[in-house]
Design a protein around this ligand. Structure first.
Ligand code: ADP
Ligand code: F6P
Length: 319
């Protein structure tokens, strides 16, 4: 291959820029040109392309968001739109495509590959919910942002002896809630993967109060229920005034952590190698610290499993 393209799609994640940089630099190392596609699959369809030279990806390794922008483009499910996107790439002499995103992005990439255009996927989402890899780009940064926020809330919660419900992102996956809850020492954690038990949360709260605890923190993933609703339910049951904080999109921004940057470099480089080895239809991932690759289909035909041993552990540590 002499020319490949790269795009970011779905929800943005800190570290996507570091991946773009790695793809460009690794490809240039092999004298391969890289075209940046703006606005995800929408830009692919519209031919929103720009040649990315080595300098164009300078000074972005530390920046959150994505230099190539992201877009939701549901029309990309249509065959005719996909064929048009392939034509656009062929007109530019592009022979392979690296996509950075989640399982929806991977579905698009698999369909292009099935239509004869080789694509490789890199997992980029703060939710950590791409099957086949232990970590996705952006998860570590989002986790650190959430933990830092909870620590700050804890300061004021302690000073005023308040109880807080903190709602974090994760519609279907509880990884952010689980890891952040453990890291910040939350009293209770509610995740989409496990049915919650209001009685248990109430017992933990009341037990804490009885032993003179000055504050309590309850973490809820947005996919379980709205944080305000949970606070109301708990207030009704306990009579304790409960405050709510919804962290929202702050979780998706910020400078990527060192860990995400290193992973971005490793993922980006491996993705380029796969294309140069003519291995389309693959996704890169990390398992037991090693970079792996696997069939793209696995990422959307199987379901992500959060590490539920952490859930059990959090219950044991927050007695
Ligand atoms: P994520 O990649 O983070 O899961 P989305 O589910 O929003 O995010 O998907 C990102 C984009 O991927 C969509 O806007 C659409 O352009 C494309 N996409 C999603 N599902 C499919 C599909 N079944 N077929 C083709 N393209 C898809
Ligand atoms: O990127 C994934 C995610 O952050 C989810 O955790 C969250 O539910 C969703 O994106 C929010 O996306 P939007 O920006 O479309 O509200």
């Amino acid at each position: 291959m002499k020319k490949i393209a790269v795009l970011t799609s779905g929800g943005d994640a800190p570290g996507m820029n570091a991946v773009i940089r790695a793809v460009v630099r690794k490809a240039r190392f092999h004298n391969v040109d890289v075209v940046g596609v703006y606005h995800g699959y929408e830009g692919l369809y519209n031919g929103n392309f720009e040649l990315l030279d080595i300098g164009s990806v300078g000074d972005i390794i530390q920046r959150g968001g994505t230099k190539l922008y992201s877009a939701r483009f549901p029309e990309f499910k249509q065959d005719d739109i996909q064929y048009r996107a392939i034509e656009r790439m062929k007109e530019e002499g592009i022979e392979g495509l690296v996509v950075i995103g989640g399982d929806g992005t991977y579905r698009g990439a698999m369909q292009l590959t099935d239509k004869g255009f080789p694509c490789v996927g890199i997992p980029g989402t703060i939710d950590n919910d791409v099957p086949g890899t232990e970590y996705t780009i952006g998860f570590d940064t989002a986790l650190n942002t959430v933990v830092e926020s909870i620590d700050k809330i804890r300061d004021t919660a302690t000073s005023h002896e308040n109880t807080f419900v903190i709602e974090v992102m994760g519609r279907d996956a509880g990884d952010i809630a689980l890891w952040a809850g453990l890291a910040a020492g939350a009293e209770s954690i509610l995740i989409p993967e496990e049915a919650y038990d209001l009685d248990d949360i109430v017992t933990r709260l009341e037990r804490g109060v009885a032993r003179g605890k000055r504050h309590s923190i309850i973490i809820v993933a947005e996919g379980v229920m709205n944080g305000h609703k949970l606070a109301n339910l708990l207030e009704e049951r306990t009579g304790i005034k409960i405050r709510t904080s919804v962290l929202g999109h702050i979780q998706r921004g910020g400078s990527p952590s060192a860990r995400d940057r290193v992973l971005a470099g490793r993922f980006g480089a491996r993705a380029v190698e796969l294309l140069l080895e003519n291995k389309g239809g693959r996704a890169v991932g990390v398992k037991n610290h090693a970079i792996i690759d696997y069939d793209l289909r696995k990422a959307f035909e199987t379901k992500h499993q959060a590490d539920l041993s952490l859930y059990t552990l959090s219950k044991e540590l927050s007695i």
